[in-house]
Ligand binder design. Structure first.
Ligand SMILES: *[C@@H]1O[C@H](CO)[C@@H](O)[C@H](O)[C@H]1NC(C)=O
Ligand SMILES: *[C@@H]1O[C@H](CO)[C@@H](O)[C@H](O)[C@H]1NC(C)=O
Ligand SMILES: *[C@@H]1O[C@H](CO)[C@@H](O)[C@H](O)[C@H]1NC(C)=O
Length: 390
């Protein structure tokens, strides 16, 4: 008969090891790289798919969909659909070829879209993305650039991860395919990502820069959205939440901006909010040229644990900008645990509860602003290699 003792010992050790691992997981989200590299600290989203028990991202790409935090937490993307691989960077706006990004983007059924190689996709018209879609750029370098870029219109459940979206310009045509056989007319404005009457959206680890209009415009009652871990640079009007003071439908808007790095060369609107609610948490702001956080029409803004570095120009130290001459003292704009460098300051207004009231699955620990340079140090697309920890 076999001696049961080693088995017993093994199971006790396993339990102990699991407990030790679980407690370090809650404490500091710290992992030690197994290849002798220094310790790295990851934010909650990255820890979820880059470091948990099965850390080889390429073995289970769809685990990513469980890792969002904040109001966009429930965006399932293409988790329950087939895998679609983009192998062709060309674009035909009306009769897209199988293998191109547009063909996968407009299909009716859910799809998890990935790419077989590095590519620069120059679109001829805006790319309208259908509901239940993930665009997963991990493992390759994918740029959507030098043409019209991304639109989400009356859709839901979209995840975009690890794509470089830059130098977006208005298209020459106004006719755009929105689903197979269905054509719509669009105004052409040259946004990076335009989100219109859409919900359950998560944009993570993208690079966004130098577009004709906004980098991300989130308008017309769009809600349940998380914008995280992105790197923004070299642009004037960065992010609009609500496009018109008179559009009451934007009151429902709930957006989480977390772990983003607003890098050099940005002018204003990070974000500019109308009517809705924005939780702006643990973002890094480098020297802006006008203001980082602004708004009009009584929006609620909760700025928590951000890291603001003002420029040396004594006229542009203020974080906040209200587009209103009077009445703004009633708007709830609050700052908590923010870190202000080089004379930056936030002008608060109103009183009362400003909490996001997240559900248990949406909630995340917001660190003090001084931690933000570490928490955002991986902002933008990551270099991931299949078969290795990313
Ligand atoms: C918003 O989108 C939904 C589909 O998700 C649609 O039923 C509704 O009519 C749209 N609302 C407006 C104002 O366009
Ligand atoms: C701002 O001033 C500090 C201290 O004089 C200097 O080190 C820094 O380079 C200046 N930054 C810019 C962008 O000029
Ligand atoms: C959170 O709840 C408080 C208290 O009920 C409320 O005043 C506040 O508006 C809520 N915040 C959001 C974002 O819904």
């Amino acid at each position: 008969m076999e001696n049961p003792f080693p088995l017993l010992l093994l199971s006790i050790l396993t339990v102990l090891a699991k407990q030790a691992f679980a407690s370090s997981l809650e404490e500091a989200s710290t992992i030690v790289s197994s290849y002798g590299q220094p310790k790295i600290k990851l934010n909650k989203i990255d820890y979820c798919w880059r470091a948990k028990l099965l850390p080889i991202w390429s073995a289970n790409r769809r685990a990513l969909a469980e890792c969002a935090v904040g109001f966009g937490k429930d965006a399932v993307g293409g988790t329950h659909g087939a895998t679609y691989i983009v192998i062709d960077s060309s674009d035909d706006p009306i009769h897209p070829k199988p293998g191109t990004l547009r063909y996968g983007a407009v299909q009716k059924e859910p799809l998890w879209i990935m790419f077989n190689k590095d590519m620069v996709i120059i679109l001829k018209t805006e790319l309208m993305i259908n509901s239940f879609r993930t665009i997963d750029g991990r493992g390759v370098n994918v740029e959507i650039a030098y043409g019209p870029c991304i639109v989400m219109h009356d859709v839901n459940n979209i995840i975009i991860h690890g794509i470089r979206i830059h130098d977006c310009v208005p298209g020459k045509q106004e006719i755009v395919l929105s689903s197979p056989g269905h054509i719509v007319h669009r105004l052409r404005d040259g946004d990076g990502v335009d989100i219109f009457n859409s919900s359950h959206i998560w944009i993570d680890h993208c690079y966004l820069a130098r577009c004709t209009d906004g980098l991300i415009d989130l308008i017309h009652g769009s809600t349940a959205i998380t914008i995280s871990n992105n790197y923004f640079t070299q642009h004037d009007k960065v992010m609009l939440l609500g496009h018109n003071d008179h559009f009451k439908g934007d009151k429902v808007m709930k957006v989480t901006l977390v772990f983003n790095h607003f890098g050099p060369g940005l002018v204003q609107r990070m974000p500019r909010v109308r009517r809705g609610y924005a939780h702006v948490a643990n973002n890094r702001y480098d020297e802006w040229l006008m203001y980082p956080i602004g708004g009009s029409a009584n929006p609620t803004i909760f700025s928590e644990g951000n890291y603001f570095t003002a420029s040396n120009n004594s006229g542009i130290k203020e974080v906040t900008k209200r587009e209103s001459d009077s009445g703004w003292k009633q708007w709830k704009w609050r700052s908590y645990n923010d870190e202000f460098e080089n004379g930056a300051f936030f002008v608060e207004s109103s009183w009362g509860n400003c909490a996001p009231n997240y559900t248990q699955s949406q909630t995340f620990k917001v660190y003090k602003g001084s931690m933000v340079p570490t928490l955002t140090s991986y902002a933008g697309p990551l270099r991931c290699t299949a078969g290795y920890r990313c």
